[in-house]
Each structure stands twice: as structure tokens, then as C-alpha cells.
Write a protein that binds this ligand. Sequence first.
Ligand code: AMP
Length: 619
Amino acid sequence: MPKIGINIATGSLQQPEMIVGIDLGTTNSLVALLHPDSRTPIVLRDQNGLALVPSLVYFGEQGELLVGEEARPFLRTHPERTIFSVKRLLGKSYKDIKDHQQHYAYKILDEEQDSLVKIQMGDRFYSPVELSSYILKELKSRAEHMLKTTVSKAVITVPAYFNDAQRQATRDAGKLAGLDVLRIINEPTAASLAYGLGTDPQQQKTIAVYDLGGGTFDISLLRISNGIFEVLSTNGDTYLGGDDFDRAIVDHWLQKQPTWLTSLQENATLLASLRLAAEEVKRKLSDESSASVSIAGQSVSLNREQFNELVAPLVDRSLQCCQKALQDAGLSSKDIDEVVMVGGSTRVPLVKQQVAAFFDKPLNDTLHPDEVVALGAAVQADILAGNNKELLLLDITPLSLGIETMGGLMDVLIPRNSKIPFKVGRQYTTQKDGQGSMRISVFQGERDLVADNRKLAEFTLKGIPGMPAGFPKVEVSFLINADGILTVRAKELRSGVEQSIEVKPQYGLTDAEVERMLLESITHAGDDIKKRALTEARTEGELLLGQTEKFIAKNASLLSKEELLRTAEAMQSLQLSLTLEDKDLIQRQIEALNEISRPYAERAMDQAVSGALKGKSLQ
Ligand code: AMP
């Protein structure tokens, strides 16, 4: 018998607070929870039995706002006022998406290349965070309506490749919708949880999660052992999905019906109609061998073979990503124990067939492919509610994170592919005497020079008390929490002054960019080593010059004329070598100056020691 609590103060029934799991998808979104009695995850449906809330927002001319199913008809009649695929824009700048702008019928502002994308609707501008919050609000109110109680806590899923900016944007959207987002979890992890993989602590498995949705494709390789989920590698294509299948069909029809091509110019809604018709045909072809629809009074048909031919190159692209993910994880398809299918487009028979052939395995496709992520999010919500303490989730960072050190070098604190949550600290010191502040610049990327990586944030640790150079101990710590959000803290240990920042980058990295940065780090590895060596030599040279200058100013009386002259000459040569690109030359000059200064430095040291001992009696 389930126990029912009573709130003594009010006398009302006290329901345990429900934490919902939300799959905020590119095409559709869903909300699910763990049924308190059956302890199985269920998706919440509307009165018509529909689980999917289309990720659509329509702005009416009279200021009305429609979300989900109600907005759908306007995709056809008012494409310019109906926002779709907003997830693609989360945490992105215009620069990130400009090559794909033709995908959006609505107006994306392109004035400031580097700032976050905004969408113009009449004379108002909306951010993707705001738009996503409308979808989340709709899911929240659906849940509240069904459960007859307020729902204020949620777990929201994101693709495994989402970077800090995108995760933060998702979290912000939740906040705007009035949700306390307890955890952002990766979609493949959620999908595996929905299949109950990993719930048995004895189970040790390597899993491929193949997720082909409406707009994006992701492949993630996970290892589950001792109830711990670990992402081994991820790959994917942010512009590959069921929408592309639809587009391939539309292109095929346009080629066959050149009159449509010309009428497209006059008829703005025709393209949207064609797209919706293509989707309908595609869905039918998942169960039937041929399908037909009527568009603009004309009937068009397509059979399974024709469809397969149209989408085969797209399916192939997804398999190439699978190959790369295997390579990254150092695995072959034989090492995969389970293949989990996620996303509405995995209903396409050609997709199932090709994926099963690629991994040479039967597929896990018994759950609804578009519900499985939300179901898993509900399982995670239940874990967070404290009902299942045995599971732990681990994810990885896609790119290295570090700070800029002298000479513009990247000092990596969290290497790429580190498991999160992750905490690391390292000590740094000042360069100049009496230096009262220290700038901490945080970068993401694989290259040795920060100039080639991406700056995420910057802050200044102020109020360091005056001390000689090299004296302060500044501990910089990086903490990535379980949501993948980075907090950087700097603390001067002698004085206790402290400063920290939560890293909310200006805009996100596209998948293609992450890939490019990784690739560049490999192709430029040789260059980078050379550049790093040169920078290090220069930094060392500069330091030595500074120290020598200081030493001489203080101890000139201990040096002979000859020594002073030779030192000045060696300093000049070193100074000159710093302007040249020759690391060996710099090192030779450093050595030469050291050689000259060593004898008198030792002399000065002896003198200082004997001075310090003078007058003191040693027992
Ligand atoms: P998701 O983003 O996971 O909700 O997937 C949505 C995508 O799945 C859209 O492109 C849909 O057209 C596609 N889809 C849904 N049902 C089917 C089906 N029965 N056959 C083929 N594609 C489908």
C-alpha cells in the first residue's frame, strides 16, 4: 500500500513532489515521469492521447502565442511566423549558423556576428532561450494538468555534444519556464537508462546509441559497468535528420514537376506544403511499400525503393559518423554489445537495416524511438529524487579546458575526454614585483597557443597584497559539475583573496567547429611544439633579463668592471635573440648569461649568508 502523507499545518494531502523528465527535442518535445505505483517510466499524454508536443511556436498577428500542436497548422499557412527547430539555435551566434540560414523561414537577425542569435517577429526580438522556454512551459502545464499539482522540478536532456553555452542556454530556458532544472543529462545516457541498461550492477556492456531525430544525428558509445555510465566517444552531424529526408523528397518532386519550381517564387506557402506532404509520405513508407498524397490539386506518389535511393546517401553519412566514433573510442563494431535506437527517423526501414548490418547485431528498438529519451530522463529524475541510489552518471568533456599562461601558451587543466564531474587545481604565481592583480583567461581547445583556441571567459583576481615576483601562490581551480558547466576560481593562498566565475561563453561551438579544432590540433601538432618551445625560451629569456637587471641594481658593488661589461654584453645579445625566431639561439644566450653571472651570484649569496650570521652566536 502506498503511504499518503498529510500536511499537519494545512490538513491537506501531501503529495511527494514529482520531478519530471523532459526531452526538449528539435522537432518534438515530451515530458515523462516515473509512475509512483508501478515504478515504470511513462510519458504524459494530452486528452487526445498524444505524447509528442511539436517544438513549434506560432506568433499571431494580433499578438497571440500558440505552442505545440496548436501551432502546427501555421507552419503551412504562416511559415514566417512559426518557429521550428529552435534547439539548433540555442547558445549559437549568427556566425555559427549563417551557412544554414536557408533552413529557417523566419527571420534571424544578422547584425552582430558574434552575439547570440535573435529571431525577429514583427517589431520584437526573441532569443532561442525565450522560445525554448515557451515549449518547456507547455510541457510543464501539461504535466500539472495531468498530475493536478504544481511541477517545478525537472531533468532536461541535451545531446552529448552540447557545449557549456548550449547546456547553460537549456538551463536558462528551464528557469524562464519556472522550472528548477535539477540536472541536464545526455540524451544517449537517458536512452540507455530507459532500456534498463546499467541498472544491474553486475552488468558490463558497451553500447552504441544511434539517434536520428528530425534535425540532428548523434552516435554515442557508452560503457556501463558497476552501475556507472561512461561516454567513451560521441560523433554526429548537427544537420542530418528526418528533415533532410523530407527535403530529399521535396527536391525529387521539384525535379519531376518543374512547374512547381517556378510557382515557388509566387507561392510562399507551397514549399511548406511540399515539406509537410513529403513528411507524410515518408511516414507512410515506414509501414507501406508505396504512398501517395495530393499537393496543389495534384496527386504524387513515391515507393519504398525510390525513397531508399533518395535517402541512402544520408544514411551512409550517419554510418561514417559511427565509424569515426568507434575509431575515437579505439573500438571496432565487434566490441559493441548493444545498439539502442533513438529518434523518430529510426523508424525508417532502411535505417534499421543499415545500422543492424553495420554493427552486425540485432537492434534495441522495442520502445518508442521518440519517447525513449524522455522515459530515461524520468528514470534519472527518480534517481535524483533519491529513489535509486545505486546509479551514477559520468560524461566526458569534448575539448580541453585551460588557462592562458605567459607568452600566450595554453595550460590545460582539464584534458579533452575527461569524465565529469571533474575538479582540478594548479598553482601559479606573479611575474612582477608588487603585482596586485592577475588576469585569468579561460580557453577551450587543443592547440598549444591560446590564440588558436577559443576564449570562454576572463576575469581578474584583484587585491593581491604587494609581494616580490614569484611569491604569491595563486591557486586556480576548475570545476565542471555534472551538467557540464564550468566554474573557475582563483585564490591567492597567502592572503586569501579570491575570485570566481561561472563560465557562460558568449556563444557555442558547432559540432563542425569542435571537429575542426581537433583536426587542426593534429595537423598543427609539429608547428605547435615548435611555437611552444620558442615561446617558452622567450619567456625564460625575459625572466632572466629581469632578474639580472634587478640583481645588478642591488649588488653592483660586488662586481668587477670586467664582469659588469661582460654581463651587459650578454644581456644585449640575449635581448636581441628574443626578437628572432630561433629558439636554440635564445637558449645559447641564456646559457651564456648564466655562465657569466653564476660566479658573482654565488659570491653575493655567500656574502648575504655571512651577513645574516654576523652577530648571532651559534651554539
Ligand atoms: P524526433 O526529433 O526524434 O522527434 O524525430 C522526428 C523525426 O522522425 C521527424 O523527421 C519525423 O518525420 C520522423 N518520423 C516520425 N515518425 C516516422 C515514421 N513513422 N517513419 C519515418 N520517419 C518518422
